[in-house]
Every structure is written in C-alpha cells, then in structure tokens.
Design a protein around this ligand. Sequence first.
Ligand code: PAF
Length: 284
Amino acid sequence: MEIVVTLDQMRFWHESWRRVGKTVALVPTMGALHAGHLALVAKAAEIADKVVVSIFVNPLQFGPSEDFSRYPRDLTLDLEKLAHLGKADLIFNPSVEVMYPGGTSLTTVVVGEMSQVLCGRSRPTHFAGVTTVVTKLLHIVQPDVAVFGQKDAQQLAIIRQMVHDLNFPVKVVGVATVREPSGLALSSRNRYLSPEEKEKASYLYQGLKAAETLFQRGERRAEVLVAWVKNTLAEADLSAEYVECVDFESLRPVEIIERPVTLALAAYVGTARLIDNITLDPGH
Ligand code: PAF
C-alpha cells in the first residue's frame, strides 16, 4: 500500500496504471475510517483493478460553526485498518495547502437546488464544498469508478447529478449503509456520543424501519410515513431537524410514492448531528 501526498506522485501512479491497462476506483473519505468505509473499499476492489482511497478533511464543506477543527483525525489508525483489510493499493493524503494552494478555491462547483434541500437548509454551503472537492479529486485521481456510501444519500444523489450534468468520465457506485446491531448507521461522528446517547440514536433507524413496515403494508402517502417516523423519534425524546420523503434521484418532495424515494432524516443527539435514510421502492 503506497501513501502519496502530492499531485505529482498521484499522477505518476495513475499514469503508470493506465499504461498497463489497469482500471482504477476511487473511494473518497475524510478519514476516521469505520466498517462503513471499509465496505466501500471492498466494493471498489471488486469492480476495479486498483483502489485509491483519499483521506482529506475538506475545510470547504464545514460551516463556520461546524466541527472542522474537532473532526476526528487518526491517520495511523486509518492506515492500519486499510492495511489489515488488504484491498487498497494507494492512499492519497494531501494537505490543505496541496488541495487549496493559497487557502481556498476561487472556482466552486454547485449542483443548484439539490444542494439547498434537506441538509442544505441548515448547511447552505456544505454541498458546494463537497462537489468542489470531489471534482478536484476526480480530476487528480482520474478513476474509472468512484464509490460512495448510501448513508449520505443526498451527497450521493448530488454527485450523480454533477457527473451527469458535467459529463465526468466516471461511473458512480453507491454502497448500502453499514449499521451497528442496534440499527445505528456507522458514522465518524458516532464517537461524539455517550453510551446513553448511542442507545437513543438507534431510534433514528427504528423510526425509519417503522415507516418501512407501513410502506410494505401498502401505505403510499409520504406525510403518513413522515409522521410515523416523527412519532417514533418522539418516544425517545428526539426531535428531528427534518424528516422528509423525496424522489430518489432529484430529491424533490414527493406526496404519493410511485417511484423510488429516499426517506431521510437529520437529528441532533447530544452535540452530534446525525443523518440516516432508507430507500422505499414501490417496484419491489
Ligand atoms: O463523505 C465524505 O466523507 C465526504 O463528504 C467526501 C465525499 C469525502 C468529500 O470530502
């Protein structure tokens, strides 16, 4: 497993792989790796010859009052986990100065209205930060495939839209959310939770599952499913920032479910802002 930190080193590897006809998959991460990230890396190794994992805590996607400075960073442990998994060929771990010489990027990539809904309402600059850094990573690494978690459903839908709109020559692959036995979706931010908060946080998924059960019994009215989730959260004394049912691809609000939708929520548990979602597909 090679570790590279500059653009030239990255280019060297991608050109040498290209010359011998190898396909490349990129797994972009911000480090603090958990089993969810490792599932992305394992998927990448299934679908491409070479796997690049980028580890970069991207300042551009954090708001002024968000957790950029306290976001967990442990490169040594991340490298150990990746080495143990044995499926990554190269780790790209640039500094902020390498990614943003002079401290910022005058050019940003913004996927219009999709970036302003759901999490975008309380984090208005977040997705522009994500799409800008993902654009840069795709240009630097030039992978054939890029792999993202379904846990960040809005991020994934926005990146798919960007790749489609701007004709990026890359295939985007989504991987199912990895969960704890309690149902809690794995997240680097779960480490902010106390044991009691962790227990409480498992209600987020329980709420989504309760709505899924209703959906499977034939309920197609989004507002009924949303209310059901909110009721489950209320039982655990949780109040969501949002619970919404949106079109799986466009993220537009849905009233009656006739196509695949994402039922998504965000909620604070203690100081941690957690998100989760499930896909409901009337065709299945
Ligand atoms: O999902 C993440 O960890 C980040 O948003 C990403 C895609 C690595 C961009 O910084």
